[in-house]
Design a protein around this ligand. Structure first.
Ligand code: MCN
Ligand code: CUN
Length: 795
């Protein structure tokens, strides 16, 4: 039970854990079909008469297209359609709008702007013919100078990548600032010490197990377009298709089936989706497109690729007086992220939210380069991942420069428990937190003092041990609608609940699970609110014809927003069930009390009816004047974001001879408020820590000087297996969210956001004696070895 629910007053109240309510570590119901191979993913969609599409991608990063000859492809038996940019242009479809108010080529017309860009596509009777026909297309390219980083992009003589855009005279795609510049300048002028650090958060890729794909099915007879596709946000796609294809929404059905992971990779609208739709409309046949792994790695939404210059103004005793940050982010050839319209660099300015800092200023510049578009993905909460990484690296460097203990420096700068609501230095409003307690739980768990002694002892034998701390609070759950929108569509979410006459129920929401377990946890919220056993509630998401309008799943917004709507819709049902109970019990509504699963007469607790009996009455025995049925929907617009927080501490040993580092221990303390399903929450944290470890140790996508993507396959882009993955020790602090109906906060991204700095800080702690302050991720052995032997930072 949570504080929001009255305690049961008779012995007949149901045991919440037994019915799979809140707090139950219920096994994930979806896994029943997943582990039996009965999941229904995009490639499982097979429709009668279905054709197959394959994409021809550019082998070069920047080139003018001189000519495309499709004759040989057209002549191959089994080929139904060959599309080029020129043909798309005749229908005004060669370019499409992105979710960040930019434009992106669907198929290249004038130029190709990154390696892997879509140049042509073939639709054929089977995927093999389509692939062979793609290889038969002859494209003549005239190569252009290539830009692969912001320094090159901003050089005065740099070629202009987006010469398709009027008024674009350089490679800057946005410049944005937030905070108080003059106040910050003043604080810096008065500081005892200024700590300055530069670093790069490299490009990484979410690489979900399942790549992207779609099956488009246009029916000329009914005029209806059905698209099965890998999307985390089906309703946003429906809105985009309605605008691009100029079809009315009721003639568009977007279905997102089981997804084999999303991790933000399945938020953008990709050219492949658009081309399969156009091909289906032209051919009047279903058209399937299934992306391969290289296509996914080189052309779809990546994460990060941000360069930071960060400064802290400090008082001698360790008080942080001000923060100054400048970032240059590499967005590739098109500004294609999905992020709230108002914030050009996502929520990067959520940095330093857990610290009490008087003033701050951030400038952010985004640039175009000859790389795939993206930047907002991979458990980032709209770039909060970068924010917290930079924050905790800056904090470590500053503490070391002042000679103050890492834990003590953080403790003295934290926002205090009684200091909420708190306005962060960049303007967010946080509403709750216990940061010092969270840190203390972590320090106790890892035995901080003991480790420091062990470290000093080991140093006598030339062994390098290090400990890294990372603390953060992050904003999860966009919206509220006042501040958060995508392309002007406000960010709220929804739930619809239908209770059938036997008390079984179906719940639908506007979110879309990709592996997070919504089918399990949403039923637990309903069980908590209504006392209907979770196993009697089926959860459905992802079909725009049946689900209520919602903004989908990313930024860990499902629990904060859709999950809140689930609680609210259940409460509407309970209010109506109360009327039915009063009718059945022949008393007035005011005389009816609720306990889990049952209404009873206050004066005679033995006289009661179950929620199931109320459900039957809604169809078979309703009072005069009461609308039949037991269904409701709720739209929820949260008053604020939720602010989960965490503390991650790792210990490592670095081999000075090789630069190889081993993780000794990882302690994670997370506070996501009330936990609906503790086991699922722990799974989310472990997954997040594994991604954090991957980014810190091995994962990055880089490019050579010609713009060739290094990392287009799993030989070059590494995913940690169970073998490399360290063990995790998980702890919790619980601070219920003050405004969420069940006190829950998001958790889906926390450990990925907070984790990387803990690993890097630990290695930097071990390397401190060499005067090394920074090695850019990933901390590959050769980089660490260079830092040790050359005694300098490595970027
Ligand atoms: N939960 C809970 N109690 C809480 C908070 C959450 O039991 N107090 C449960 C939720 O009910 C849900 C899960 O934990 O089942 C994650 O909830 P939430 O934090 O609301 O995050 P979302 O469901 O919105 O998931 C999005 C988030 C993001 S943005 C990325 S990226 C990511 C992540 O989730 N992608 C994932 N975790 C992933 N996990 C899997 N398996 N696959 C992905 O693609
Ligand atoms: Cu930024 S990855 Mo998740 O928000 O879908």
């Amino acid at each position: 039970m949570t504080a929001t629910e009255p305690a049961p007053t008779t012995s007949r109240a149901l045991d919440e854990i037994k019915i799979g309510g809140m707090g139950a570590s219920r096994k994930r119901v979806e896994d029943n079909r997943f582990i039996r191979g009965r999941g229904h993913y995009i490639d499982d969609v097979v429709l009668p008469g279905m054709l197959h599409m394959e994409i021809l991608r550019s082998p070069v990063a920047h080139a003018r297209i001189v000519s495309i000859d499709t004759t040989r492809a057209w002549n191959m038996p089994g080929v139904r359609l060959v599309l080029t940019g020129e043909m798309m242009a005749t229908r005004n479809l060669a370019w499409m709008p992105t979710l960040s108010y930019d434009t992106q080529a669907v198929l290249a017309t004038d130029k190709v702007r990154f390696q892997g860009q879509e140049v042509a596509c073939v639709i054929a009777d089977d995927p093999y013919i389509a692939k062979d026909a793609c290889e038969a297309i002859e494209v003549e390219y005239e190569q252009l100078p290539v830009i692969v980083n912001p320094t090159q992009a901003l050089a005065p003589d740099a070629p202009i990548i987006r010469d398709d855009k009027e008024n674009q005279h350089d490679n800057v795609c946005f410049e944005w600032e937030v905070g108080d510049k003059s106040g910050t300048d003043r604080a810096f002028a008065e500081a005892d010490h200024v700590s300055r650090i530069e670093m790069h958060y490299p490009r990484s890729h979410p690489s979900p197990l399942e790549c992207c794909g779609s099956v488009a099915d246009f029916d000329r007879a009914t005029g209806k377009l059905t698209v099965y596709m890998t999307t985390q946000a089906p309703h946003i796609v429906r809105a985009a298709v309605a605008l691009i294809a100029e079809l009315p929404e009721h003639m568009i059905r977007i279905v997102s089936p089981d997804l084999g992971g999303g991790f933000g990779n399945k938020v953008p609208v990709y050219p492949g989706y658009v081309m399969s739709i156009l091909a289906s409309i032209l051919l009047e046949r279903p058209v399937k497109w299934i992306e391969d792994r290289s296509g996914n790695l080189i052309s779809t939404g990546f994460g990060r690729d941000v360069y930071l210059t960060g400064e802290l103004a400090l008082r001698r005793d360790g008080k942080i007086l001000a923060v100054r940050m400048h970032t240059d982010s590499d967005h590739g050839a098109f500004f294609g992220d999905a992020q709230p319209s108002k914030f050009k660099i996502g929520l990067l300015h959520s940095a330093f939210a857990c610290y009490d800092i008087p003033t701050a200023h951030l400038t952010a510049r985004g640039v175009y380069t000859n790389k795939a578009p993206g930047g907002v993905a991979y458990r980032c909460s709209f770039r909060v991942t970068e924010a917290m990484f930079f924050q905790e690296r800056m904090v470590q460097a500053a503490a070391d420069e002042l000679g103050i203990d890492q834990a003590e420096f953080r403790r003295m700068n934290f926002v205090r428990d009684d200091d909420f609501p708190h306005r962060t230095p960049f303007g967010f409003l946080t509403d709750s937190g216990q940061y010092a307690k969270c840190l203390q739980v972590g320090l106790d768990a890892i035995d901080y003092e003991g480790f420091r002694r062990e470290q000093a002892e080991a140093a006598k034998n030339g062994r390098l041990l290090g400990i890294g701390i990372s603390c953060m609070t992050e904003p999860l759950g966009a919206g509220n609608s006042r501040e958060y929108d995508i392309l002007g569509i406000k960010m709220f979410d929804s739930a619809e609940l239908r209770v059938h006459m036997t008390g079984k129920a179906i719940l639908r929401t506007g979110a879309k699970t990709q592996g997070q377990g919504h089918e399990t946890t949403w039923a637990q919220i309903v069980a908590h609110e209504l006392g209907i056993p979770a196993e009697d509630i089926v959860v459905e998401e992802g079909d725009t014809d049946t689900a209520p309008f919602g903004m989908g799943t990313y930024a860990s917004r499902s629990t904060p927003v859709a999950g809140a709507a689930v609680a609210m819709v259940s409460r509407k049902i309970r209010a109506k069930a109360r009327k039915l109970a009063a009718h059945l019990l022949e008393v007035s509504e005011e005389d009816v009390e609720w306990e889990l699963g049952r209404f009873y007469v206050r004066a005679a607790p033995d006289r009661g009816v179950t929620i199931q009996e109320c459900a039957m009455a809604a169809y078979a025995n309703m009072p005069d004047g009461l609308e039949p049925g037991l269904e409701a929907n709720a739209y929820y617009d949260p008053p604020n974001l939720t602010w989960p927080f965490g503390c991650y501490i790792t210990t490592v040993e670095v081999d000075p001879m090789t630069g190889v580092w081993d993780v000794l221990r990882v302690v994670a303390v997370d506070d996501c408020g009330v936990r609906i399903n503790p086991m699922i929450v722990e799974g989310q944290i472990m997954g997040g820590l594994t991604e954090a470890y991957a980014m810190a140790s091995m994962q990055f996508i880089t490019f050579d000087a010609d713009g060739n993507c290094i990392g287009s396959n799993f030989m070059d882009y590494l995913l940690p297996t169970a073998w490399e993955t360290p063990g995790y020790e998980l702890h919790e602090v619980v601070t219920p969210c003050p405004h969420h109906p069940i006190g829950a906060k998001g958790i889906g991204e926390c450990a990925t956001v907070g984790g990387p700095a803990a690993f890097v800080n630990a290695v930097m702690d071990a390397l401190k004696q060499f005067g090394v302050r920074n090695v850019d991720m990933p901390l590959l052995p050769d980089r660490v070895h260079e830092a040790i032997t050359q005694r300098h930072d490595v970027s």
